[in-house]
Design a binder for this molecule. Structure first.
Ligand code: M6R
Length: 606
């Protein structure tokens, strides 16, 4: 949430910051700003709204300097307007901040009593004043003293006009990464901001700070203890974070799924044994056999992937699974018994609720395994062991390809755990043979995008939508509803199909489209009954059925088919038309698909 960029040592500082902000815009996009240290003083530009507004306001002649910091905001304290936009300035100090300063009220009173005047409603401005208050010619010391008295979470970048070749970064709870160049160094909340300039990066951990000067980088703890950090190499390319000819990142990412699912299982299947190898799972066979309970911790779409995982793991590994909202788990007294494994699922690896839940689980003695997409993210680094999903950078705020890759990894895990106990080699082999066919089957569903767009045209003007599914496709109903509501702002609910008669059926009328996932499985006859219940009340039915189905098709207003596969692998196919349906509806309604209102890609505040 919120994007930070800083650069020191480049004559093109302002254009590097602008380019970085554009790459980080998915993290927050309600206002943006930058400050450049110039011979004529610190030049500050801030604008409400997206980065294009900031770009239009830049006077390049005034922004000639080699050092600056910039920010794209997702509002927490104070409305999204120009005054509340970052950087915040106090005297010669400028600050950008990601996170929340929890004791800002008390600090503001103390600073006001000392004569500081505030112009914004933000907690960030309080921190800028606090640093200025401590400043006596040494910015490093002032930042350390200020951070010593603040409570809460932060990732910050700070400058001071009297030290115009210096940026200080520090983190507690919000990500920061340093880019190491030659004579130019970078700081950002996400490596995407510095791609094209350097591939050498240092990930800061909580409690750490960095000073960046053109000639070098120096890392310490916030308490000023020297630390040595490892420089890592970024392996992905710039074109992976560009649209590649698609109108939106979301559409590109939906269409990448045959490849990203393949990338998730590539090299992890052991031919001839019905078994898999997940290199990051540092558990012995004995430990794998002795997992007594699995708790899955996640939020949003990752939580839905976890729900699919619950079905897969219970079916094939015979291990009891609970799927918890990370935000709830961390605030109760979770019972962690010996033999408990926590699977922590997060695309970004930075979601604060998930991160804190993971820390709580570790504190209570659980073995913790991270399933993340973002290499070097905090969850990836803090989990004891883990698996990368290899979906590549996901830029669209609505998660799509990360979901199918998460489910693919959970399918592999179900086989891995199952093969350590009761699952036979033959069954494992058969399951894996079906799994490797999925990328081609996903492509067949994607080929129906135009037909799905036509259905979307019929329903784009509706105000509500109900999604029904049973068994392993119940989480897909939830995911379909989430996709629709977050990008089209149409109210949508997902339900287990049988649950409809316990309440939601009261909503059914000719204005209520009902999307039913009704693939051929053990509960097919039951779902036929549910579809008839909707039809009897004149609801409109859009069904997702297995190729060749005629019974539900005959009861439906619109039909989308998916190819036949193993029942427990169907979520990887049935979710695709729901992603496309949501996407086309949002485009038809003229909504901002990649940056929907009020949302951000990585939710790093509670
Ligand atoms: O990065 P994470 O997977 O931890 O993110 C979790 C949720 O914030 C995320 O899935 C969110 O629900 C998306 N907007 C869904 O499309």
């Amino acid at each position: 949430m919120c994007g930070i960029v800083g650069v020191v040592g480049s004559p093109n500082a302002a254009s590097i910051l602008l380019e970085g902000l554009k790459r980080l815009e998915y993290r927050g996009y309600d206002s943006a700003g930058m400050v450049i240290m110039t011979p004529d003083g610190q030049q500050l530009v801030k604008e409400k709204g997206k980065i294009v507004n900031l770009e239009a306001a830049l006077n390049w002649d005034e922004l000639k300097g080699t050092c600056g910091i910039a920010h794209t905001r997702w509002a927490t304290h104070g409305a999204p307007n120009q005054i509340n936009a970052h950087p915040h300035v106090s005297g010669k100090v400028a600050l950008v901040h990601n996170g929340i300063i929890e004791n800002q009220k008390a600090l503001k009173i103390q600073l006001t009593n000392k004569g500081h005047e505030f112009v914004s409603q933000t907690d960030t401005e309080v921190l800028a004043h606090l640093i200025e208050d401590f400043y006596d010619g040494d910015l490093v010391k002032a930042v350390q003293l200020a951070l010593g008295v603040v409570d809460g979470a932060f990732g910050i970048a700070v400058t001071h006009l009297d030290e115009p070749d210096l940026i200080i970064g520090a983190r507690r709870g919000s990500p920061l990464v340093v880019g190491v160049g030659e004579g130019v160094n970078y700081l950002a909340s996400d490596v995407a901001a510095m791609m094209g300039h350097t591939r050498q990066v240092i990930y800061l951990d909580d409690g750490e700070m960095v000073t960046l000067r053109p000639e070098g980088i120096h890392t310490t703890t916030i308490d000023n203890e020297e630390i040595t950090k490892e420089i890592q190499e970024i392996t992905w390319d710039l074109d992976q974070i560009q649209k590649g000819g698609y109108e939106h990142f979301m559409l590109k990412e939906i269409f990448e799924q045959p490849q990203t699912i393949r990338d998730s299982f590539r090299g992890r299947i052991l031919p001839g044994t019905g078994d898999v190898k997940l290199g990051g799972i540092e558990l012995t066979d004995w430990e794998l056999r002795n997992i007594r309970r699995i708790i899955i911790l996640a939020c949003g779409t990752s939580w839905h992937a976890g729900l699919v995982g619950e079905y897969l793991l219970e079916e094939y590994a015979h291990i009891p699974v609970e799927v918890e909202y990370a935000s709830e788990f961390r605030y109760r007294s979770p019972i962690i018994e010996p033999g408990t494994l926590c699977l922590v699922i997060s695309q970004s690896g930075e979601t604060i609720d998930t991160l804190e839940a993971m820390r709580e689980a570790k504190r209570k003695g659980a073995k913790v395994l991270g399933i993340t997409n973002t290499v070097g993210s905090t969850i990836a680094r803090e989990s004891e062991c883990g698996v990368y999903i290899h979906a590549g950078p996901e830029i669209g705020v609505a998660s799509t390809k990360a979901f199918t890759s998460q489910v693919t990894i959970l399918a592999l895990m179900a086989i891995l755990f199952g093969r350590r106990t009761h699952l036979s080699a033959d069954r494992g082999t058969q399951m894996l043979q079906e799994l490797v066919k999925l990328p081609d089957l996903v492509q067949k569903v994607l080929d129906q995008s135009d037909a799905i767009k036509q259905i979307a045209e019929v329903y784009a003007g509706h105000k509500n939508c109900l999604y029904l599914g049973r068994g392993v496709n119940f989480p897909i109903a939830l995911e379909g509803a989430l996709k629709l509501k977050e990008i089209s702002y149409i109210h949508a609910e997902g339900y287990p199909a049988a649950e409809m008669k316990h309440g939601p059926i009261a909503l059914i009328d000719p204005d209520m489209p009902v999307v039913v996932i009704a693939t051929k499985d053990g509960s097919y006859d039951k779902i036929v009954g549910n579809v008839q219940e909707v039809r009897a009340r004149d609801g409109k039915i859009i069904s997702i059925v297995t190729e060749g189905d005629t019974e539900i098709a005959a009861l439906s207003d619109h039909v989308i088919t998916i190819p036949e596969t193993m029942n427990f692998w169907t979520p990887l196919l049935s979710v695709i038309p729901l992603q496309l349906f949501a996407y086309h509806i949002a485009v038809i309604r003229g909504e901002d698909v990649d940056q929907p209102r009020n949302l951000a890609k990585a939710v790093t505040v509670e």
